[in-house]
Design a protein around this ligand. Structure first.
Ligand code: SF4
Length: 345
């Protein structure tokens, strides 16, 4: 368990990430002469800051296309930010030397949604789990079998089956192999990107319980990326809610569920069937997520927000602390605007 004084293991500081085709020289000249349009740019992340303390489990939640997987990949080191910094144990990751960078990369592992796509179908389970530890010198060749058995057991997979191939197993068993492969390089930090979304509900519960056991056993830290608030509730200490490339609310998990502040979080909660919310139903979310090619100005949520005001269309709200460790980015938290809309809460 962590407290507020535990230093961050990893931080995203003012991270933006854009995707777009880079024009070649001819295209640049054509754009300059007004003969061609500049290529479209996807604004996947817009000035995102998030810190994760050692031993903590942070849930990152939002609709499909909101940028949460991009943030997970940037934090995991698979993508570089367009702007901003990723700080690993207090140091800018882009400024680390080669050996420190390698250690940071090994210490951060990612577990993806589709367990089959993440496994090489031509390799046995033993080869899959032992490949990276052998490459990085974490285990001598002669001890490889015992080493693989140990990490398969950690992941709840029977080591007697290690000479088989991925297609011979169910989705849940394949995800356990992915978990064993990630653990075999002895990481500190796991980024789980929709890691249980493709599994049956009963298997989801087993894999979530496994993540929790491993946290205690191996002193792990997690960023748990999901579209499902109900799933992250069971695993997270803290939850960050993301909407169209920005984090709009961040709080300890019980605060998010008992006192959601941001209208978008309230709308997400309305989609989870819960007995205790029947007396305080929030309105379900309306409309589609706008395109990240052309995000709405001001508060990105304003075209779908039942409380939108004139100011929301032009001015992006800043995050303010609405309760201890509970941050929300909504103009309704500004006193003058709250007075203007007394009916909101
Ligand atoms: Fe709604 Fe305005 Fe708050 Fe955005 S800033 S969530 S549009 S009230």
């Amino acid at each position: 368990m962590t407290d507020d004084t535990t230093p961050p293991l990893i931080e995203a500081r003012h991270v933006s990430r854009r995707f777009g085709a880079k024009p070649d020289l001819a295209a640049k000249i054509a754009i300059k002469l007004g003969l061609a349009k500049p290529p479209s740019t996807v604004h996947a992340l817009d000035d995102v800051s998030l810190s994760i303390r050692k031993g903590e489990v942070v849930g990152l939640v939002g609709e499909s296309g909101c940028g949460k997987s991009t943030l997970g990949r940037v934090i995991a080191g698979i993508l570089d930010p367009s702007e901003g910094q990723i700080v690993w144990k207090g140091r800018d990751r882009s400024a680390l030397g080669a050996s420190e960078r390698r250690a940071s990369a090994l210490a951060t592992q990612m577990i993806f949604q589709n367990p089959m796509a993440a496994l090489n179908p031509r390799m046995t389970i033993e080869d899959i789990v032992s490949e990276a530890p052998l490459t990085h010198g974490l285990v001598p060749k002669g001890e490889r079998r015992e080493y693989v058995d140990r990490y398969l057991q950690f992941a709840g997979f029977d080591p007697a089956l290690k000479n088989r191939y991925p297609h011979q197993f169910s989705g849940g068993q394949r995800q356990r192999v992915n978990i064993a492969r990630a653990l075999a390089v002895q990481p500190d930090f796991l980024v789980c990107d929709e890691s249980v979304a493709a599994l049956d509900v009963s298997i989801q519960a087993q894999v979530i319980n496994l993540f929790m056991e491993l946290r205690e056993r191996l002193d792990l830290t997690y960023l748990f990326v999901s579209h499902d608030l109900g799933v992250v509730e069971h695993i997270s200490d803290r939850v960050a809610i993301m909407y169209l490339g920005r984090i709009v609310e961040e709080a300890p998990v019980e605060e998010v569920f008992q006192r959601p502040n941001h209208p978008y979080t309230q709308a997400l909660l309305s989609e989870i069937p819960r007995i205790e919310l029947t007396k305080r139903q929030f309105k379900a979310i309306q409309g589609e997520l706008p395109s990240p090619l052309n995000p709405p100005k001001g508060c990105h949520f304003h075209p779908r927000c039942p409380f939108a005001m004139e100011r929301c269309r032009t001015e992006a709200p800043m995050k303010v602390e609405v309760a201890p460790s509970h941050w929300s980015a909504c103009h309704l938290n500004t006193p003058s605007e709250t007075e203007a809309h007394p009916a909101k809460r």
